[in-house]
Each structure stands twice: as C-alpha cells, then as structure tokens.
Design a protein. Structure first.
Lengths: 200, 160
C-alpha cells in the first residue's frame, strides 16, 4: 500500500512541473513559490470571485489560499496534481466563507462598477450605451443563475467551465467519485439551460 | 451509436462535445448521430447557448498589490515562526518584553555615558593643551635656572 502511494507520488512529481516546483518550495526555494504564484494567482482569484461573487472577499480568500500553500510546504507530498490540491484549498475556503455569509453582506450588484462591466472592451471598439446595458443585464442573469446553484454544483461548473479541470480532478477537489461529478454537472447544466438558454 | 440522451451515463459525451473536449473521432460520430436525433440536437444547441452565456462572465483582474500583501503576510508569519521555534528553549511563562526592556535600558545608559556631551569639547582640549605647554615651559625655565646656579657655584672651585 505504502509502495503504491510512493509510486504515485513519484509519478505525479515526474510528470507535473507544478508538483516539482512545490517540492522545491518544500526545500526552501522561494523562487519556485514565486513561479507557482505567478501561474496560479489569476485562476484562483477568478474561481473564488465566481464562487463568492465579491471581489474583496475573493481577494482575501485567495491570499489565504497561497498562505496555506506556503504553510503546508513542509508536509507537501505530490499525491495528486498541484492544481487539484490548490483548488481543494480554495474550494474549502470558499464554502466556509459562503456558510459564514461573509460574501453576502457585500454582494456586488449590477449597478456597481465592476471591471467586466464599466471598462469592458468589445471587438467593435467601444460599446454603445445600449450594448453596454444589454451586456450588463445578461451578465447579471449569468451571475444569478450561477449563484442559484447549490454550492457543490456551482463549484463543479466553475471548475469544469472556467478552470477546465478534468472530471477526475473535480472529483478529488469535491471529495466524491467521478460519476458523482458527472451527475452534479449534468444537473447543474440542466438548471442553467433552463435559465440561460434564451440568452443565445 | 447509442443515443446519449437515452443513456444517462453517456450524457457527459454531449457535455464534453459542447465543451470541445471530445477527441475528433468521437466528436465526428456524435455529430452524425445529432443529425438524425432531434433530442440530442436540441440538447446540444441549448448547452451551446449556456456555454456562450457563461463566456460573458469574463475574468476580473487581480488586485495590483496582491503579491506585495501576500509577501508581507508571509514575512510576518516567518518572523512569528522564528519565535515559535525559539520559544521552547525558554522557560514556561517567559515573556520577551522584560529582557528586551532591560537590554534597551543598558544600551541607552551606555550611550548616554559615552555620548559626546560628556566628552571634552575641542575648546576645552585647546585650553588644556595651552596650560600644559605653559607648565612645561615654566618647568624648563626652572630647570635651566637650577642648571646655571650649580655651574656658577662650581666655577671658583675649578679656578682654584
């Protein structure tokens, strides 16, 4: 059993550059941590933002994710892909935050100035007022539809759609089987199809 | 091909197709099936609509000072971690405040004792030097007089 675990750790470390970087962080290499931060800073932030839908809370949670990664460096073992481990931490923090209700107190609204609303650039240069308004309304519908999903379904959709994680990775993050992930995604997209199909 | 809609365990094929994650061969087979299966075609179209709608939600930029704040926090943790590692060496209940205060007091007193205000000023040094020179000159005068006096007293003796 131990041999099998060790073999899988070696296999992950051999094939995965991020796991190798994390092993160097474990040995005290600060530059490797900087590389991991550079690569995963944005995806973690984006995932958390879409989960909690509040920029300030997402930013704070993302800081906590990387703090935990650094704190856990001494005990890190490459038993899974680094991204899986990273998103597992992020998801755990996001769910705790949602259950605390921290993000709800400062929920961003349609009329708030957000980077993807006010300063958005569309291919035909600057959007007209009507285009901008239509975009904002659609965006709000998407946000509400995602927010309306149960937490696990929401996390599964965000990891599947935006982070492009494999079913096996999502399963490990959510601590369930691959078939359970497929089922979660199927139900989640079913709900989203009912709510968003008219936006096409 | 078995209809993915009919068999739930194959439904992820349709999701994977809309997410463009199917290998080309399987995608081609599914496309041929969708041409003849209205249910799968409708599913694919509505899923594609959802996929496009989700694309509207673009990523937000990460705050510019994200790394600086993170490294600040890591630095604070490292310093706190150093104390946590060192702490077991000290007795239980030991607080670093008292020894640090005593050490600071010693350093302050030492500084005050050695401070420039207690050392002689350059003017004082010049005064001292002048006095010393005067005293040396007086001493030389006195010695000269003493040297001269015996010689003059000895002279008649030598003459005799």
């Amino acid at each position: 059993m131990d041999q099998r675990v060790n073999a899988s750790m070696v296999a992950v470390a051999v094939v995965e550059p991020d796991a190798q970087l994390m092993l160097r962080v474990k040995e005290g290499d600060a530059a490797s941590f900087a590389l991991l931060l550079e690569k995963h800073r944005a995806p973690v932030n984006h995932f958390l933002y879409r989960m909690v839908q509040n920029r300030a809370v997402a930013d704070e949670l993302a800081q906590e994710v990387f703090l935990r990664v650094y704190r856990a460096r001494a005990s890190y073992e490459p038993t899974a892909k680094f991204t899986t481990w990273l998103f597992r931490i992020a998801m755990h923090l996001a769910l705790n935050s949602l259950r605390d209700g921290r993000s709800e107190r400062g929920q961003e609204r349609l009329d708030e100035e957000t980077p993807e609303a006010g300063g958005r650039q569309v291919p035909d240069r600057r959007p007209t007022v009507e285009q901008d308004l239509v975009y904002r309304v659609k965006l709000e519908e998407v946000r509400c539809a995602i927010q309306g999903l149960p937490e696990k379904q929401r996390a599964a959709v965000l990891m599947h759609k935006y982070q492009e994680l494999e079913y096996s990775q999502i399963a490990r993050v959510l601590n369930c089987s691959e078939s359970a992930v497929k089922s979660l995604l199927f139900r989640a997209y079913e709900t989203l199809r009912a709510r968003l199909a008219h936006l096409a | 091909m078995e209809c993915p809609i009919q068999r739930r365990e194959n439904a992820d094929l349709l999701l994977a197709y809309c997410a463009r994650r199917l290998d080309p061969e399987t995608a081609a087979v599914l496309e041929r099936h969708m041409q003849v299966c209205p249910a799968c075609r409708a599913f694919g179209e509505s899923q594609q609509a959802v996929w496009s709608a989700l694309d509207l939600w673009e990523a937000t930029p990460v705050s510019e000072d994200f790394d600086r704040r993170l490294y600040d926090r890591l630095g604070r943790e490292e310093r706190a971690g150093f104390w946590r590692r060192v702490r077991p060496w000290f007795p239980v209940g030991f607080r670093p405040v008292l020894p640090v205060a005593v050490a600071s007091a010693i350093v302050t007193v030492a500084f005050l004792v050695q401070s420039p205000s207690s050392a002689p000023s350059p003017a004082q040094l010049e005064t001292v030097d002048a006095e010393q020179v005067e005293r040396v000159l007086d001493d030389l005068d006195m010695l000269r007089q003493l040297n001269v006096a015996p010689r003059s007293a000895d002279a008649p003796t030598q003459a005799m």
